[in-house]
Write a protein that binds this ligand. Sequence first.
Ligand code: BG6
Length: 491
Amino acid sequence: MPQIIPVATFDCVVFGATGDLTLRKLLPALYYRFRDGQMPAKSRVIGAARSKLSDDDFRGRATKALEKHVPAQDREAETVRRFLAQLHYVSIDATANDADWSRFKDLLDPDRIRVFYLATSPDLYGPTCKALGTNGLVTDKSRVVLEKPIGHDAASAHGIIESVGRVFTEAQTFRIDHYLGKETVQNLMALRFANTIFERLWTADVIDHVQITVAETVGLEGRGGYYDKSGALRDMLQNHMLQLLCLIAMDPPVSLNADRVRDEKLKVLRALKPMEQHEVAGLTVRGQYAHGAIDGKPVPSYLADLGSDEPSATESFVALKAEVRTWRWAGVPFYLRTGKRLPSKVSEIVIQFRKPPFSIFPPEAAEWRPNTLIIRLQPEEGMRLEMMTKDPGPGGLRLSPTGLDISFEKTFGKRFPDAYERLLMDTVRGNPTLFMRHDEVEAAWAWVEPILEAWAARPDHPRPYPAGSWGPTAAIALIERDGRTWNEQME
Ligand code: BG6
C-alpha cells in the first residue's frame, strides 16, 4: 500500500469549537489523520469559542465526541491520549476587540501553516475575519475555511465573500462543500475522465434524463435553530446537489488544476436555465415531514422536532426539475430531490439512457427497461449499469434487465475516510480543487434565488409528507408528468 505522506506541521484554530460540527465531524476527522500518521505530532488543534473552558475541559468534550463518533476498534487508548494532548482551547469572542486577541496571537507559532476553520454561523464569518486581520493573526501561511451555507441568499453571500476577501486572498480561502470530499464524488471525475466508454455517450443524443437523490432518515438532530431559518433548498440543494449536478454535467477540464476544474463547474452553473416566477410552482415541490414511521419506529413531525407550536414555512424536502442549456445537455431534464425523514439514507445519481429507437424483438419478449447507470454515493458505494440481456434457455426469446455491478467497498476492502479528513488535509496542503470558488457560490445562489423569492411570495406552507415516505406525492407527479419515474430500487 502506498505510504501516507504527512502534511507540514500546522496550527488549526477551530472557531465554534463547542458546536455540533466540531464534535461530530472535525475532531473525529483530525483524529483519524493523526492515527494514520498524516497529521504531524507537533501540530496543534486549538478550539476557540465564547464558553470559558480550560484545555482539559475541551479535551474532556473531545474524548466524549470521539467515543460517540469513532468506532471502538479505531480508538487505541495510547493514540487517543497522544491526540488529545495536541488539543488546546482559547476562550474568545469573535466580535469583541480586547486583550484576549493578543494573548491568542502569542499562542500561535509565527512560522507554521495556520488554518482558521470557521465552524460558526455565516453571519460571524465577516466579523471573525476582520478581527483576525485587525489583530495581526493572518500570516502569508494562513488559510481560512468557511463552512456552507455561505450566506442565506445572493446578497448576503456576496457580502460575506467581500468581507472575508478584505482579509484573505482567494487562494487563502477554502469554502467547504463536504460532498466534494466524498470518495465516490471524486470518483465521478475518474468515471468520466479516466474512461472512454461513457464520455462519448454523455450527451442529449443518448441520455434521456438525470436524477439526483440525496435522502436522509434523520430529522433536525437538535439543529432546529439553524435549519428552520435555512430549509432543504439552502441547506442541501444550493450547494451539495448543485455541485453533484456540475460534476455530472461539466465538460472535461483541460487539466486537474483547481481553477480549470472550477471553470468548468462554473460554466454549468451559469448554463442552468433560470426559473421565471410563474414557472416555480410547476418546476419545484417543497414538503415538510409530518409524523410517521421509519424502520417501524414512530417518528415525530418537523414541528414537534422543532419544539414549536407555531406553524413553520420551512421545507424539509425539495424536488425540482432543472435544465442545463448547452449543446451537450439541451432538452435533458435533471430531476433533483432531497429531504429529511425519508425511508432510507441514500445518495444516488441515476443516468438514464434513451430507449432503442425501435425494437426488433416481439413486444411480449420483454419488459423494457432503458439502460441506466446508477452511481451510488452512499452507503454501499458503487456503480451499477443496467442492461437488457437474454434469459437463458429455450422456450421463446425472453429478455430481462440485468445489472453489471461494481461495489467499491468489496473491491477496495478498506474504510472510506470521511470527506472532512481529506478536505482538512487539503487546506493544510493549500490545494483548493475540492473547494468552491467565490464565483461558483454566487452563481449557485443566483440560480436558487428566484425559487426562494417565488416561494416567499406564496404564503401556502410546504406540503406535508409522512415521515418515512418519499416526500409529497407532488414530487412523484413532478417526474411522472414527463412520463418518467424516480428510480425505485433505493432501499
Ligand atoms: C450538511 C447539512 O451539509 O449535510 C445537513 O447541513 C445534512 O443537514 C448533511 O444532514 C448530510 O451530509 P451526509 O454526509 O451525511 O450526507
